[in-house]
Structure formats: structure tokens, C-alpha cells
Write a protein that binds this ligand. Structure first.
Ligand SMILES: Nc1ncnc2c1ncn2[C@@H]1O[C@H](COP(=O)(O)OP(=O)(O)O)[C@@H](O)[C@H]1O
Ligand code: SF4
Ligand SMILES: [Mg+2]
Length: 330
């Protein structure tokens, strides 16, 4: 897949392995050759069941886990070739937000100290400017400035996650990688945080890699969606296209499992069975043991990536899928 010149982040053939777990001598391949592009000021939603490799991919971009292969071009430069000081500089441009805000904020630092830390670390501005930025960032994420002198434990989960976004945006990054940032919040707080993410994209032009197992949240947020299964990206498309015309049987099954608050809509159908272990991935298509449409080649040959070209779906919208059914149509 050629690299897109206009992309902010281009991941190519990324492989992530974790050290062998007890009882095995083989490393666990959590991500197996994933390529994707994130455009500036856009939200890329990465979905899939638990264990499909979403976090491993997200963390490998910033080398919180070491990639075992592939490339990650940020503004055209491969992050995996950078030395320590260049990677440190890149971290100003790519920030991370995690699910557990309590664990990611130091209990010994006030919110003001927490927000000053990246400004001091990257030597941004003088003392007065830094203080102004702290206050402006609190305002951007909709927090009362009086909270600056509180500790994270004194804040609600939603307020803490806003602080996490304030800390991520304070260095004016091009990209925020957010791994399940709203999963532990209740529905109304989730909705306010997703509005904040849309606002940060629209007002500040920040791009997001938004990792989530929750398709409803991703549908609200994402410009483009990628679907992972057992370490592979099995489908990717513009959000509207993916939710209206899912092409991969796995995506179709995920969407059938989403509850919809409309009595005319069919009842959700849970996807049956469990994904295979990444230690013993099946031959052929990764999804063939659970696929309702499985046929002869599926258990033998791995499907190549192909474009979905339908009535209204043009190659230009880049709807890509890994499924033999689509190989035979193109
Ligand atoms: N630090 C680790 N050591 C060993 N195995 C890991 C580690 N982190 C994740 N895994 C395994 O890698 C696979 C992918 O996990 P993960 O990337 O966390 O998926 P997701 O975020 O989609 O739930 C899973 O089988 C998980 O058990
Ligand atoms: S390649 Fe075969 S098993 Fe895999 S998703 Fe397509 S039809 Fe199903
Ligand atoms: Mg995860």
C-alpha cells in the first residue's frame, strides 16, 4: 500500500509482538502487518473486540511497546528510525490519553503542576506564558480555573479525563492517540468528552487515533474507521460508508450486535464464539472459524486487501476489505 503524501500519520506493515507468556516459547503477535493513514485534523476510529490488538498498535506508534516490524511515518518521518532526542521531540507533536485518568495523573501533583509539566519538559514559553497556557487549556476543555489547585483525587472521572485532554493538547500536538478514553465514564459524561474531542479537531485542527470497542461512540466521532480482528485490519472506510455498507462479515456481525433505541430495528444479535488465541492464529482468513459466509478458500488462503466498489462506492473513498468474497468481485 503506497504511502499517502497528505497523511499526518502513515503506519505501514506494523508488527507488534509481546514476550512469550508462561507455557509458550513463541512471542505473541498482537499486531500482524497493519497499514493505515490518518489525515490532519481528522479522527480515525480503531475498533474491534477486546484482544484484537488495538492498544498494542496505539502504544507501538510511540514505542511504549517496541514494534517488531514496519514503519510509522509522522509528517513523512519514520518514528521507528528516530534516536532518543528526536523521539523526545516527536512526543511534543504526538500525545497520549489513556482510559484510566486516575492512574495516568500523579496523585501528588495539583492540576496546575500536571499541566505545567509538559511545558517545562519541552521548554515551551517563559514562566508567565506557561501559566497563561495552563489557564487557557483548562478553559478549552471546559474546566473551572479554580480546579487548578486541586489534586486529581478531588475531581470526578469526567473532570479528570478533561485534565488528561488538557495535558495532551497543551503542547499543541498534531495528533492525540486516545486509547479507550471514554470507556470508564457514564453515558452523559462520555457524550461531553466526545463533544470536546470534536471541538479540539475542529477548532485546533488536532487529529486523533481514537481507540474504542464501542461502535456507537466511534460512529459519532470518527471520520474514518478501521476494524481489527486478531491483529489484522480487516476493513477500513470513511465512517458513513462503513456504518451504512459494512463489507466484511466481521464488521457486519459487530454492527448487528449494537443495541439501537428504535423498536422497528431488529434486536441486537451477539457475535457467537470467541476469537482464536493470537498464539495460534488460524490459517487462511483470521475470521473463518466464526464467519457465517465461510467457503472453501477461506481456511486455506489468506485474503488479500481489496477495494469495495459498489453502486455508490468509488475507489476514491478507499473502502478496503480483507475477504475472499470481495476478491472475487473485483
Ligand atoms: N504486555 C503484554 N504482554 C503479553 N501479551 C500482551 C501484552 N499486552 C497485550 N497482550 C496481548 O496482546 C493481544 C492484543 O492485546 P491488546 O493490544 O491489548 O488488544 P485490545 O486493545 O484490542 O484489547 C491480546 O492477546 C493480549 O492478551
Ligand atoms: S474470507 Fe471467508 S471466512 Fe473470511 S470473512 Fe470472507 S467469507 Fe468469511
Ligand atoms: Mg485495549
Amino acid at each position: 500500500m503506497p504511502r499517502k503524501p497528505e497523511a499526518l500519520l502513515s503506519i505501514r506493515n506494523l508488527v507488534v509482538e509481546h514476550p512469550p507468556v508462561s507455557g509458550s516459547r513463541m512471542p505473541l503477535k498482537a499486531v500482524r502487518g497493519v497499514s493505515l493513514d490518518i489525515e490532519p485534523a481528522s479522527i480515525y476510529g480503531l475498533v474491534g473486540e477486546s484482544g484484537s490488538g488495538k492498544s498494542s498498535l496505539a502504544h507501538a506508534v510511540m514505542q511504549l511497546v517496541s514494534p517488531a516490524g514496519g514503519q510509522a511515518f509522522f509528517q513523512g518521518v519514520d518514528l521507528f528510525t528516530l534516536n532518543r532526542s528526536a523521539l523526545r521531540k516527536a512526543r511534543q507533536e504526538i500525545q497520549l490519553v489513556f482510559q484510566d485518568s486516575l492512574a495516568s495523573l500523579s496523585p501528588r501533583r495539583t492540576i496546575r503542576q500536571t499541566l505545567l509539566e509538559p511545558l517545562n519538559h519541552f521548554r515551551i514559553g517563559n514562566a508567565t506564558m506557561r501559566m497563561e497556557k495552563v489557564m487557557a487549556s483548562l478553559e478549552t476543555v471546559g474546566l473551572d480555573p479554580v480546579l487548578a489547585d486541586r489534586f486529581p483525587q478531588a475531581l470526578s472521572g469526567g473532570q479528570r479525563q478533561r485534565v488528561a485532554f488538557a495535558r495532551a493538547m497543551i503542547t499543541e500536538p498534531g495528533l492525540i492517540i486516545a486509547d479507550e478514553p471514554v470507556s470508564s465514564l457514564d453515558a452523559s459524561v462520555q457524550s461531553r468528552i466526545t463533544d470536546l474531542i470534536l471541538d479540539l479537531r475542529d477548532r485546533l485542527g488536532i487529529a486523533f487515533l481514537f481507540v474504542s470497542h464501542d461502535l456507537t461512540v466511534v460512529q459519532k466521532l470518527a471520520d474514518r474507521v478501521g476494524v481489527m480482528y486478531l491483529g489484522k485490519l480487516v476493513e477500513s472506510a470513511p465512517s458513513e460508508e462503513l456504518f451504512s455498507k459494512p463489507a466484511h462479515p466481521y464488521t457486519q456481525a459487530l454492527l448487528r450486535a449494537v443495541p439501537v433505541a428504535d423498536p422497528r430495528h431488529p434486536a441486537p444479535v451477539a457475535l457467537s464464539g470467541e476469537p482464536p488465541s493470537p498464539l495460534t492464529p488460524p490459517a487462511g482468513c483470521v475470521f473463518h472459524r466464526r464467519c457465517p459466509d465461510v467457503y472453501e478458500p477461506c481456511s486455506i488462503h489468506e485474503p488479500a486487501e481489496s477495494f469495495v466498489i459498489g453502486e455508490k462506492t468509488l475507489q476514491t473513498c478507499e473502502h478496503r476489505v480483507r475477504c475472499h468474497k470481495w476478491n472475487s468481485v473485483n
